[in-house]
Design a binder for this molecule. Structure first.
Ligand SMILES: Nc1ncnc2c1ncn2[C@@H]1O[C@H](COP(=O)(O)OP(=O)(O)O)[C@@H](O)[C@H]1O
Ligand SMILES: O=C(OP(=O)(O)O)[C@H](O)COP(=O)(O)O
Length: 399
């Protein structure tokens, strides 16, 4: 497959790509589990006495979250429990000086790779390897390590270029994410495979459903995608506030796929039998889907009876994959669906993968233990692609 840190020679000068891309609020970078996960790889390399130079990106040029990595260095240092130096340069003289003055066991983070013009355009690895960015930095290193699984679907210089110029290895995060997230495409499970589908990115998850073929036995739906399927089944859901076309647009974009999925695999697709909304007293109220006769309100969660029908399906499964929350779980009143399915997963010993930054946050928010899940992914887009067996550029060059 690919080489890992177990194959690395001692005392190397290593160039390591992490994915520390994080939410930024009021110019402050928010700590999140990406730091915690990558800290493991960084600590292992520093403790082994390598000279460790880190690369990562933040935001996209033009966005409010397109900021320097200076704060990331401080947050990472806390998680690694080890000093992380920072240099505000990617491959210029300042960066090279800092790289050359590193001692064994020291860690240095370079500036946001997306501040370098050659990083971003999606191009073939050979083109990326030929950039000044890669050609300038590579000679200062003995090995390249890619730990940025969650960015590995991008063919950017720091993710694919160095792997062609240097001996290339997968970091610990890359290794575990790859194995767990590809398993729906690569592994044979003895029993029932179930996928929980929800969240707001309806087009993404509907494409996943459409591409999974016979790998999944049961889909349990909620969130926006769930409402679109209910609409296709003839129910008056998918309410848009005045002046908004969110549901109508999603419906137009996905209608054909939804109708053919229901036609061909309708018995494998479980839809909510009841839904929850906010009543006039700001409280959670529920209604049976069969009693909905007008499209006049927004639904924010699946109902309790739906959870009761989903629960035994999960408990009977050999493997469960989650993509997207079943409701607006950040508001406790509408967390019943999401927490209900996650709790059922955590209480069984099925193989499970929970993906997507937002959905996986529900685990800690509602006091569940990550250790009760097979794998909690820190990837969004890369996880979606892996589920359907699509190759990831950054992984392919490691192979
Ligand atoms: N019915 C709903 N109405 C509004 N928001 C919803 C609903 N169902 C799910 N969500 C929201 O979907 C978000 C997660 O969806 P998404 O962004 O697709 O997944 P992820 O971030 O896990 O990849 C959650 O933050 C949740 O609040
Ligand atoms: O956060 C990321 O992806 P995600 O939002 O799919 O989890 C990655 O860092 C990739 O970032 P990008 O989507 O700006 O290329």
């Amino acid at each position: 497959m690919f080489k890992t840190l177990d194959d690395l020679n001692p005392e190397q000068r290593v160039l390591v790509r992490l994915d520390l891309n994080s939410p930024v609020e009021d110019d402050e970078v928010q700590d999140n589990r990406r730091f915690d996960r990558h800290a493991e790889t960084v600590r292992e390399l520093a403790d082994a006495g390598h000279r460790v130079v880190l690369m990562a990106h933040q935001g996209r040029p033009g966005g409010d979250d397109f900021v320097s990595l200076e704060q990331h260095a401080a947050i990472l240092a806390k998680h690694v429990d080890h000093d992380v130096q920072f240099v505000a340069d990617t491959y210029g003289d300042e960066a090279i000086d800092a790289i050359e003055s590193l001692s064994a066991g020291e860690v240095l983070l370079l500036e946001n790779t997306r501040m370098c013009d050659e990083e971003l355009p999606e191009e073939d690895p050979e083109v990326k390897a030929d950039t000044e960015f890669v050609q300038t930095l590579a000679p200062y290193f003995d090995a390249y390590i890619n730990d940025a699984y969650s960015a590995a679907h991008r063919s950017h210089a720091s993710l694919v270029g160095f792997a062609l110029e240097l001996p290339a290895y997968a970091g610990r995060v890359m290794q575990t994410e790859y194995e767990a997230n590809s398993s729906i495409a690569t592994r044979e499970f003895d029993g029932q495979v179930t996928m929980v589908v929800g969240g707001t990115k309806a087009t993404d998850v509907i494409n996943v459903m459409n591409n999974l073929g016979d790998k999944v036995d049961q889909f349990l739906l909620g969130g926006i995608a769930g409402e679109l399927f209910l609409r296709a089944a003839g129910h008056e859901v998918g309410f848009d506030l005045d002046g908004m076309d969110f549901f109508d647009d999603q419906w137009e974009a996905n209608r054909d796929t939804i109708e053919s999925l229901l036609d061909e695999r309708g018995d494998q697709i479980k839809l909510a039998v009841d839904l929850a909304y906010e009543d006039d007293n700001d409280e959670r109220a529920e209604i049976a889907v069969s009693d909905i006769d007008e499209k006049d309100r927004a639904y924010l969660d699946v109902g309790s009876e739906t959870v009761e029908t989903y629960d035994p399906i999960i408990r009977d499964s050999e493997a469960v994959f989650v993509k997207g929350a079943l409701g607006l779980f950040e508001d406790e009143r509408f967390s019943v669906g999401t927490v209900g399915v996650l709790r059922a997963i955590s209480e069984t010993d099925c193989f499970s993968v929970v993906g997507g930054g937002d959905t996986s946050r529900a685990i800690e928010m509602y006091g569940m233990d990550e250790a009760d899940f097979g794998h909690v992914s820190i990837a969004g887009g890369a996880y979606i692609r892996a589920l359907t067996g699509a190759p990831l550029a950054g992984v392919e060059v490691l192979k």
